[in-house]
Design a protein around this ligand. Structure first.
Ligand code: ADP
Ligand code: ADP
Ligand code: ADP
Length: 213
């Protein structure tokens, strides 16, 4: 299957994607993770992306489409994939369709993590991440056994620089202006499923399974 996860920051995309990946053995591409790796490594791409990311604005379509195109060629994503956090603009969605058309492929399903904005500040400001594995915790909803440290490796957890109430405001603004039209784009194609993303993570997983079955 070829899947897209779309939803505002903190809606639970990163929490659900490993579960889907384990169940369907798909290639998993998250543009936010790829961009953060590029920023950390100070690659030319990272240098260009850094400022927009820190401000909570979207990185340019050309840069993001470029990294997705490259990553899909490098990893073997022919049989199926999960895209997390991409496409975030209608231009990105159109470019993706063009890329897939060349391979005679198309998107099977788009999961919309529907959630009210008012819940997201608590989700985002309580998020703790184990950088090397991507495991995500939450001070209230998914605490690690030892606060501040990863359950599996014991290594320290970090908080993302942009996971503040302040930057969240810009990220939400970008979501409503630029990404909501993407949801309409897939709705018109008849491949959109809505999830109740405000529910506890286990219940969201059940909805994900249903949407994909
Ligand atoms: P979240 O998981 O909180 O929704 P991401 O990790 O997906 O956030 O994205 C972090 C930042 O990376 C975004 O605020 C944006 O600056 C940039 N970014 C990620 N994906 C895209 C994309 N598809 N288009 C433009 N910018 C992106
Ligand atoms: P996204 O990738 O969409 O930005 P995450 O999956 O990283 O969102 O989730 C944001 C934060 O909220 C994380 O700290 C995560 O542990 C927590 N979280 C994820 N899903 C839920 C849920 N259904 N209920 C409560 N907290 C959740
Ligand atoms: P402090 O020195 O105030 O404990 P920290 O940055 O270590 O500062 O953590 C801030 C708060 O979040 C603390 O109350 C800590 O116990 C809690 N915390 C940190 N990481 C996690 C996590 N992964 N799960 C649950 N609680 C956490």
């Amino acid at each position: 299957k070829r899947l897209i996860l779309v939803g505002p920051p903190g809606s639970g995309k990163g929490t659900q994607s490993p579960i889907i990946k384990d169940d369907y053995c798909l290639c998993h591409l998250a543009t936010g993770d790829m961009l953060r790796a590029a920023v950390a490594a100070k690659t030319p791409l990272g240098i260009k992306a850094k400022e927009a990311m820190e401000k909570g604005e979207l990185v340019s379509d050309d840069l993001v489409v470029g990294i997705i195109d490259e990553a899909m060629k490098k990893q073997s994503c022919q049989k199926g994939f999960i895209l997390e956090g991409f496409p975030r603009t209608v231009v990105q969605a159109q470019k993706l369709d063009e890329m897939l058309e060349k391979q005679g492929a198309r998107i099977d399903k788009v999961l919309n993590f529907a959630i009210d904005d008012s819940i997201l500040e608590e989700r985002i400001t309580g998020r703790w991440i184990h950088p090397s594995s991507g495991r995500t915790y939450h001070t209230k909803f998914a605490p690690s056994k030892v606060p501040g440290f990863d359950d599996v490796t014991g290594e320290p957890l970090i908080q993302r620089k942009d996971d503040t109430a302040e930057v969240l405001k810009s990220r939400l603004e970008a979501f409503h202006k630029q990404t909501e039209p993407v949801i309409d784009y897939y709705s018109r194609k008849g491949i959109l499923s809505h999830l109740h993303a405000e529910k506890p993570a286990k219940e969201v997983s059940v909805e994900v399974q249903k949407a994909l079955s």
